[in-house]
Design a binder for this molecule. Sequence first.
Ligand code: IVH
Length: 669
Amino acid sequence: MQALQQQLEKLRKQLRYHNHLYYVLDDPQIPDVEYDRLFRELQALEIAHPELITPDSPTQRVGAAPLTEFGEIKHAIPMLSLGNVFSNEELLAFDKRIHDRLKSDSETEFVAEPKLDGLAISILYENGVFIRAATRGDGETGEDVTHNVRTIASVPLRLLGEGCPAVLEVRGEIYMPKAGFEAFNAKMRALGEKTFVNPRNAAAGSLRQLDPRLTAQRPLDIFCYAVGLVEGGIVPDTHYAILQQFRAWGLRVCPDIRIVQGAQGCLDYFHEIGARRNSLPYDIDGVVYKVNSIALQQELGFISRAPRWAVAHKFPAQEEITELEGVDFQVGRTGALTPVARLKPVFVGGVTVSNATLHNMDEIERKDVRIGDFVIVRRAGDVIPEIASVILERRPAGATPIMMPTHCPVCGSEVKRSEGEAVARCTGGLYCPAQVKEAIKHFASRKAMNIDGLGDKMVEQLFDAGLIRHVDDLYSLDVEAVAALERMGKKSAENLIAALESSKSTTLERFIYALGIRNAGEGTAKGLARYFGSLEAIQAANEETLKLVPDIGVIVAANIAQFFAEAHNRDTIQHLRDLGVHWSNYEAKPAEVLPLAGKTYVITGTLSRSRDDIKADLEALGAKVSGSVSKKTTALIAGENAGSKLDKAESLGITVLDEAALSVLLSRL
Ligand code: IVH
């Protein structure tokens, strides 16, 4: 029996160790299969000897049966909230209050931490063993979420090392990493189920599942940031040292926490984290500054329900509530009608927002948005503001459903939605001014004809002044007519005409892309150019031949063939060439002789060019680009901060190329 017990303990110790390396340190040392083997060995022994199962055994994460309701846990020490500051001045006042109270003129040492946007949690360890976990609740009493918190792989069921107090209450934040949130929502969308509005709601919803088996499937994680009750032992005397001690005990601590000096140190940190906010793997809504010395913390004490020694410095809110006053439909280059929400102006994410995208009718239906509704508007970073959700409880009686117009709001042509398509389109084609304007904007854009100084606004102005009706009119513009436009001088007009002139010398792929054939992006344009070599050859190709080009499928092939079959498109092309637009042809190269034919690449991490650009180049050389690493992958192209794909490639023994190796590969282009 003793030998058996020793064997069980040895297995548990090994599993805990590898669990810690994998989930807390992100640094696994054994392959997953080896971990699984140890796990199954332990499981088998425990099944044979159930009397020897301990609650801190790694097998005991998902064991409990579903609950009908959560029990209550009274916090031994209340879980407080934090005061907020929203400006530099308020932060300086916070710092000054500390100086005044401590009667000190030396700079205060703070620990600066990201303010995590999750759910506060209290976890009780007795003699290093996980006992129970509770939400913050009202600060005095929380909900017993022990069974759910147990399922979070980075929460140790037994603390590592020696010297932990007999009773230790650890506090921290449970959150859903951004990547996990996106993946989880994508899965829900695919299943036609409701998605979560943001990672915070996802974390809260997941933690409050009555069935721990459901929680176990959610990608939850934890960062620990404070101690609560401590009995029968001591913890270090600075906050920072406590966090280091946490790490030694195997608890997960946010890697972006720093010691800073004085108010200026706090502000520098605030700006540094603000700049990195969008690229952090977790959501934050500000930063927290805490006086580092525990003795000073005690001296400062509390005021009402918040400590005097800590404060949250909040970013401007990224989500706000406002009213949906109406919906307009914008007509794009391909005639697609996009619903745009007209909102009662609201300050969100640092700017005033009065429009937000509603994507398409399916999205409107899914979110059940109606005119008159109170909606949550989100503006995260530089992304276009969007309507995250509707507050159904506040729906007014007169809220009206949003209808797709039957006729184009710009040209009055009929609007049609083909079967299986999410978007409805104006059938006006070149008759529709909105479509033509968009087509000209696309023609002039950087990756197309790259006409300097011919941005969206300029196109609008030229079009509205009646100077251009079609793309080819651009090359008949003269300085005098352009200079006569509002806010244009002779100099800028000359510059524009010069830019138009130099854009005439282009490449075949740019020209094809500039034509704006539906679903034919830069990658397709490059592929066509390399495969056929000349525009004449592309125009002469039928759908079957077009499909031979790497990455061109049935739909794109049909679109291309249809485009060139239209007489007015051929006329426009001829006219552009007559006006001097030219390029050099390539030697035609059938797909099978392209240098990377038959090879599959996966791109991950941060590289100096966008993934789409790199993908287009690889495809033009005949390669396929896939989203996930498998045995069939030729090589993984890994930039900075490559994550799980790199691990997978390494475990499968697949070649990994860095940016330098990629340039060698693409030099054949
Ligand atoms: S310390 C007495 N540190 O903010 C101080 N809280 O407004 C207790 N939070 O309920 C909290 N990140 O959910 C602390 N690094 C951090 C935090 C943090 C997020 C949340 C926590 C708490 C709320 C207080």
